[in-house]
Design a protein around this ligand. Structure first.
Ligand code: NIG
Ligand code: FE
Length: 404
């Protein structure tokens, strides 16, 4: 048993059984000032007010460790439900094109973009790909991420996609963070395939991918895969892989509706949405997930997170960490953009990067809040921090210790 005492603020408390928060509930979270928290076998065993703790409870003993939080905040670690951190090399060569005004689509049309990363990945050994990707996951963990999802989608051929899925699995086996895996064969049409032949190739890869992955994703957007392609691919994956869909980044694509039809766990991006998308999501188990890092980097509109919440929906925010549209896995920056650019309150943004993003990758029974029985995957901050300051003073180092 480990007891953390003198916690200035215990933030993110939720009752057992709350797997996501929606509408007005997204603006609320439980907080306890001057608190303690006990950990047993890596799980949150109990917590309460310092005033109710007896002095000898914090004295270390043969079966009790103790940690003086010295007035710091304890909060659940960040959950990042959408990343592409397994990739080879970099796309810094395209950065100048972007600065000079070329759009994401124009860069892709010139042979840059996803196909550029795909060429690099297919030239890189599995060992080297693991090494490069692990560094990024370690960077994310150092910034407080305790659970993350990683997608394939830069192989774009059977060998390359399976190589990526093996690397994702190996990362999950070797880091203390929980890693969920998504098969995104339909990220772009692989070199040497016609569009039609590639969609069939993706369908043919599904049974093998299902041995490694938890989820299936399709980039359902203008210039990539159509609603019909997505419908075919998700139908083929039924009962094998749960969908999480890239939708409505470049256009109002119909991706939200086809995702909901296939009971997607999340539909992600949503830079472009109308009332029809909100209506389609109402009453479903699908979590709308927005990725402000790619709005920032590509100069796209920010998702209408505030309108979604006002409409009674929940929203998750994730980093989209990838070489082309969001080269950052910093969840605090995501949270700050949620507040500054999407007008979320700090608590709404906090719930979006913890409980709701845990839900969006199927781990919110274990992560995303301070709840008895959940994993003690926690951030202990320096003294004086709270959830508002976390988003407001978004560059100041705040982590004293990560418990994972
Ligand atoms: O989520 N939109 C599609 N896929 C990624 C970008 C991948 C890339 O450009 O390498 C995204 O933004
Ligand atoms: Fe993405």
């Amino acid at each position: 048993m480990k007891i953390i005492y003198n916690i200035g603020l215990l933030a993110g408390i939720q009752p057992e059984g709350v797997l996501r928060v929606e509408g007005a509930a997204q603006g609320q979270t439980g907080m306890l000032r001057d608190a303690w928290l006990a950990i047993e076998n890596g799980r949150i065993a109990d917590f309460g007010k310092m005033a109710d703790l007896v002095g000898h409870d914090v004295i270390p003993g043969p079966d009790r460790e103790s940690l003086d939080a010295e007035g710091g905040m304890v909060m659940p670690g960040f959950c990042d439900s959408h990343t592409h951190v397994v990739y080879a090399g970099s796309r810094d060569g395209e950065f100048l094109d972007k600065i000079n005004g070329l759009s994401y689509e124009e860069i892709a049309a010139r042979g840059g973009g996803i196909l550029n990363s795909s060429d690099l990945l297919n030239q890189t050994s599995e060992e080297e790909l693991y090494r490069q990707s692990l560094v990024r996951v370690q960077e994310m963990m150092a910034k407080g991420t305790v659970a993350l999802e990683i997608k394939s989608g830069y192989g774009l051929c059977p060998e390359g996609e399976m190589k990526m899925l093996r690397v994702i699995r190996r990362i999950g086996e070797n880091v203390p963070a929980t890693v969920k895996s998504t098969f995104l064969g339909a990220h772009a049409v692989g070199r040497g395939y016609s569009h039609k032949a590639y969609v069939q190739a993706v369908i043919d890869m599904i049974p093998q991918a299902a041995e490694y992955a938890d989820f299936i994703d399709v980039f359902c957007d203008e210039g990539f895969f159509t609603v019909e392609d997505t419908d075919r691919i998700l139908s083929a994956a039924q009962h094998l892989l749960t969908p999480k869909i890239h939708a409505n980044e470049l256009a109002v694509s119909g991706g939200v509706q086809v995702g909901v039809k296939h009971q997607a766990l999340s539909v992600d991006h949503l830079e472009r949405t109308t009332e029809a998308e909100m209506e389609a999501l109402r009453g479903t188990w699908t979590m709308p997930t927005m990725l402000p890092g790619s709005s920032f980097f590509l100069g796209l509109p920010y998702g209408r997170a505030k309108d979604f919440i006002k409409a009674g929906l929940g929203v998750a925010l994730a980093s989209d960490y990838n070489p082309g549209s969001s080269p950052s896995g910093d969840m605090r920056f995501v949270m700050a953009q949620g507040c500054i650019k999407m007008r979320l309150t700090p608590v709404e943004a906090f719930n979006a990067v913890t409980l709701n993003s845990a839900y969006a990758m199927g781990v919110s029974a274990h992560y995303g809040s301070i709840t008895r029985g959940k994993k003690a995957a926690l951030i202990l901050t320096h003294p004086g921090w709270d959830l508002t300051r976390l988003a407001y003073q978004y560059q100041t180092p705040f982590i004293r210790q990560i418990l994972l």
